[in-house]
Design a protein around this ligand. Structure first.
Ligand code: ACO
Length: 320
């Protein structure tokens, strides 16, 4: 497994904390202190599929391969306006690909789950060049009157193109039975036979439990994958964590005894963009030339389920 192309796309509309305070009982000081978030980009007149296609095209262009040489498309998505076809089918159409494609939903850990599936496909000889697109609009999941959730999220798409190589040094994904700490329910079409009442329940979150579970799980996952890669924590050059909350990132940095300079972050600009957050950050670092050949990178995420995942990759790019 080797990442040869990255891409990302954001909606045009930027919403600052002060803009939220205009209609919510909140303020910039509370949001910044508790989360590190200063602003987020939110879908208004765009459609998520177009952000996903944009990010995908960037990754393919940088990877320098013909779109018809892509063997598989994996799309990580929690919710979007299409129930069917899958978002990966829509991306396939938008980039004019010719390969199988599938959506996965592992919440905010979706990029890690996608990487594991792609890596396994490569090892099984199923596919060589795989496009992973993480496209999320969590701002459509929250109740915009609930100040404890709606201030946290932003919308985005991030993509990577991978080919064969030996850059995946170790990988682990997990799931623990904590389905009640973070969930959303939606009402389906009624039938003449349905014998229960259904309702739409916007995103519900036990914030402090999510916080503690995320920190504990990330530290455990990271220690595990670093050891499995035959490395020491000090050998890692960059820790790219799911961008949910700056305080979570700081807590993990503290517990691993690693300087915050090794933990790049952009949560202050975009909020929590679910599974898109890591590929977006990876693309930004790649574009700024902050990733050098041979760099050891930890990717680590957590999300509803409660899913978690981490891996160690070595950066070797032949991006055009
Ligand atoms: N503005 C002002 N006050 C607020 C706001 C707000 N936006 N939101 C909540 N409050 C109030 C609460 O009502 C509460 O008031 P009270 O004491 O009068 O009842 C007070 O602030 C404290 O609320 P807490 O929930 O205890 O605040 P906490 O310090 O735990 O911070 C937060 C809340 C930021 C949500 C924190 O728990 C957190 O970051 N948790 C992790 C969240 C997360 O990462 N979620 C996503 C992970 S998975 C995924 O990515 C989908």
């Amino acid at each position: 497994m080797k990442i040869i192309g990255t891409g990302s796309a954001h909606p045009r509309l930027t919403i600052t904390n002060d803009m939220l305070a205009a209609f919510l009982d909140t303020n910039d000081e509370w949001i910044t202190t508790r989360t590190g978030i200063k602003q987020r980009q939110i879908i208004s007149d765009e459609r998520l599929k177009d952000l996903a296609i944009d990010a995908a095209k960037q990754a393919i262009k940088k990877g320098g391969i013909d779109v018809h040489d892509i063997d598989y498309i994996i799309c990580s998505n929690v919710v979007n306006e299409y129930v069917t076809p899958s978002l990966s089918c829509i991306i396939h159409d938008g980039i004019d690909a010719n390969c199988p494609c599938v959506d996965i939903n592992a919440a905010c850990s979706g990029f890690l789950y996608g990487l594991q599936i792609a890596h396994s496909f490569q090892r099984a000889g199923v596919a060589r060049n795989i496009l992973i697109v993480c496209a999320e609009e969590p701002t459509r999941m929250v109740d915009w009157k609930d100040r404890s959730t709606c201030v946290l999220f932003g919308d985005a798409a991030g993509a990577v193109l991978i080919t064969e190589g030996d850059c995946m040094k170790s990988m682990r994904v997990t799931n623990m039975s904590k389905t009640d700490v973070l969930y959303e329910e939606r009402k389906l079409e009624p039938t003449p036979y349905l014998r229960r009442n259904e309702d739409n329940v916007p995103l519900q979150m036990k914030g402090q439990e999510v916080f503690k579970t995320a920190v504990k799980a990330s530290v455990k996952d990271i220690a595990h994958v670093v050891e499995e890669a035959g490395l020491q924590i000090d050998d890692i050059d960059h820790f790219l964590l799911h961008q949910a909350n700056l305080r979570i990132i700081e807590a993990v940095s503290h517990l691993l005894k690693q300087d915050m300079s090794k933990f790049p972050h952009n949560v202050e600009l975009y909020g929590n963009t679910s599974s898109a957050s890591i590929p977006v950050l990876l693309n930004e670092m790649n574009m700024r030339g902050e990733l050098k050949d041979g760099d050891k990178i930890v990717l680590s995420a957590f999300g509803a389920g409660f899913t978690t995942g981490a891996c160690v990759i070595e950066w070797h790019s032949n991006q055009k």
